[in-house]
Ligand binder design. Sequence first.
Ligand code: G6P
Ligand code: ZN
Length: 542
Amino acid sequence: MTGIFITAGPFDGQKPGTSGLRKKTAQFSAPHYLECFVQATLSAVGAKGKTLVLGGDGRAFGAEAAAIILRMAAANGVARVIVGRNALLSTPAASHLIRLHGADGGIILSASHNPGGMDGDFGVKYNIANGGPAPEGVTAAIHAETLRLSGYHITATPAPDLSQDGSYSLDAMAVEVVDPVSDYAALMESLFDFPAIRAMFARGFRMKFDAMCAVTGPYATEILERRLGAAAGSVMHGTPLPDFGGMHPDPNPTWAADLYGQLMAPDAPDFGAASDGDGDRNMVVGRGIYVNPSDSLAVLAANAHLAPGYAGGLKGIARSMPTSTAADRVAAALGIEAHETPTGWKFFGNLLDAGRVTICGEESFGTGSDHVREKDGLWAVLLWLNILAATGRSVAELMQDHWQKFGRTFYSRHDFEALPVASAEAVMTALRDRLATLPGTLVGNTQVTLADDFAYHDPVDGSESRNQGLRVVFANGARFVLRLSGTGTEGATLRLYLEQHSDTPADFARDPQEALSAVIAAAEGLAQISGITGRVAPDVVT
Ligand code: G6P
Ligand code: ZN
C-alpha cells in the first residue's frame, strides 16, 4: 500500500439505512467523518485489487468527497476506478457502468431525494458487482467495520482533475474519467422504440420533464430533446446545482408542485414527469391526471411488451410490501410470479439476478427492470412514452383502460415527518402490541383478515428480514400499513400507507382521499397517530 495512515474514529451512528449512510452535509464533511465510513466500506468489501465505479448527483461536497475517495482507494490498493466526469453519475447510470465494465462494485455519492447544500443532506452508498445496492449482509459488515476501525489510509498525491474525460493514474491506481450520459443513453436506446417516440414528438406531442436542478438534467436533455426531438425547453431545471437551486428534489405532487400545476392547467402538455436528486425516482402525470406510483408500476407491467426490450414478456413482477396490490392483479392476469419484498430496492436484487422478475416497483416513486439493479427514473419515463406512442392513447385513457380491466386500487401515503423518535416508536409499539388481537374483529363494517409485522423470506438466498412494517388487511379489499422511514436524517418519519380496491366502474372517478376515507378512519382508530403524536394532519400526502 502507498500513502499514510491517519488515526481517527471510530464514529458512532455510521449504520447504513434503507439506502446507504445519510447525514447532514455538515456532519459528513466534518474532519475524518466521510473518511472513516469510506475506510469501513473499503475494508469490509476487501477493496485491494478491485475495480470500482464512482460518481454522484452533484450535490454540495460531492466533488470534494470524490477526490478524497479516490485518494483513499489508491492507498487501499484499489486497481482501477471508473468515475463520471465532474464526479457526476445518476444512480441508474452508475449501476449500468458497474455491469458494463464488470466492476466489482461502486460508490454512489447521493442522499437521493433529500435536499442538498451545506444545510442539506449528503450520503454514501456502496453497490455490489451486480450493480445493485449492497444487501444487508454487506451493510452489516460495513457497520461492524465503522465500530472497530482506528483510522484510514489515504495518499498524499492529489486526485486527478475530473473535468476532462481520459485515463489518469493516481499512484498505482488507474482512474478513468468517462462521460456520465453516453453509455446510459445507448442502453435506453436499446430498450425502447426511439423512432416511434420521435415520430410522436414530431406530430406535436408535448411533454415537460422536471429535473429539479439535480443529476437527470444532462441525461434528460440528451435523450428527450436531442435524441427524441422533444421541443427545446421540455426539460425544466436541467442544470445540476450543488444545492438543487433550493428545490427539494423529491418528485411528488408536493415537491414538484410547479410541474404538477402545469399538467393540471387548461393548456397542459400531454405528459409530465419528474425525477429526484440522483435520478432513480420518477413521478408521472398526464394531462389533468396524476398517476400514483403503484398504478404506474401496474400499467407499465401490463404494457411493457409494447417496448422492444420487453417484447418477449415479463418473467415476474416484484413490489415492496407497502406498494399497492395493483401490480399483483397484472401478474395474475399474465400468469407470472408476483413477489412482495420489504421496502428498499436492495431486496429486488436477488430476484432480478435469479431471473425470477423483470419489473419491480415501489410506492416511493421507484420503478425499474432487470436492465440495471437500481430503480430508474428516466427508464420509467421512456417506457411510458413508448407505451403512449405504441397505443396512441392518452395517459387518462390508458388509466381508464387499465381500471376497466383490473379494477382500481385507490392508494395514498400519509407522512408524519420529523416526529420525536420516542413518539413515533410509541405509535408503532402500541399497534404492534395489538396485532395478534385484530384478526376477526370488526372495524367499521368490515373485518380484519390479517394483521402482522411483515417478515420477508428471500426465496433465492433463504435470508430472512423481520420487522419490515405493520400491516392490517380488511375483508373489503382495504389495507393499511404503518412503518418508520429508514431514509430520514431528522427525528422519525412515520408513514401510513392506505389502499382500497374496487371493481365497480362507478367508483373509478372517485377522489382517492375520499375513496380511502373509511380505511383512513380505521387506521386512526387502531393506530392512534393523532392521539399519541398530537399531529392532526400528515405533512406530505402522495
Ligand atoms: C430509497 C430506497 C427505496 C425506498 C425509499 C423509501 O429511495 O432506494 O427503495 O423505497 O428509499 O424509504 P423509506 O425508508 O424512507 O420509506
Ligand atoms: Zn433517489
